[in-house]
Write a protein that binds this ligand. Structure first.
Ligand code: SF4
Ligand code: SF4
Length: 165
């Protein structure tokens, strides 16, 4: 027991740390499911403020962007402060109009020592990485609720009965 503990301690003393060095000192980590910088599809956004309401980090506020926005007569769009954002994706999930998604642009791309650059205006929420997370992808990853599974089973059963009779 003591011997194996000492062995493990020595092993981890000589091992490289798992933590990646940011910015740009280490290889970028990318995956198909990363939750990184947002994309805002301004043509889909209605300015409903749902994203602002559900954001647990209170890092979204609504700002006016002049222009011709047929779906958004008040011209109000979300502005996101990436220095407060936890990248939880609730704003993506709750947007009723699929106007938000996320990309694989994370620490490496977003790193800055200038805090004023972390506040992203709606026009700046453009793809700076590959789109990895959409509302549809999020919802399809959830297991259907038990009641729904039960209902689907009953429906399947009744279909079988009616087709055999
Ligand atoms: S990802 Fe989460 S914390 Fe970031 S803006 Fe959206 S709701 Fe807020
Ligand atoms: S991004 Fe979606 S939830 Fe946020 S204001 Fe626009 S339509 Fe509403």
């Amino acid at each position: 027991m003591v011997l194996s503990t000492i062995k493990n301690a020595i092993k981890y003393m000589v091992k490289k740390p798992y933590t990646r060095q940011v910015p740009r000192k280490d290889k970028r980590y990318k995956s198909e499911n990363l939750r990184g910088a947002h994309i805002l599809y301004m043509d889909k956004c209605t300015g409903c403020s749902m994203c602002q309401r559900v954001c647990p980090a209170a890092c979204i506020d609504m700002v006016v962007v002049e222009g011709d926005w047929p779906r958004n007569h008040r011209k109000r769009f979300p502005r996101i402060d990436h220095s407060k954002c936890t990248f939880c994706a609730l704003c993506v999930e709750y947007c009723p109009f699929n106007a938000l998604s996320m990309t694989d642009a994370t620490g490496f791309e977003l790193f800055t020592t200038d805090k004023s650059k972390t506040l992203k205006m709606p026009q700046e929420l453009k793809p700076i990485g590959k789109e990895t997370l959409t509302k549809q992808k999020l919802l399809s990853s959830y297991a259907p609720p038990y009641a729904l599974k039960k209902f689907e089973k009953a429906l399947e059963k009744s279909r079988k009965v009616s087709s055999s009779g």
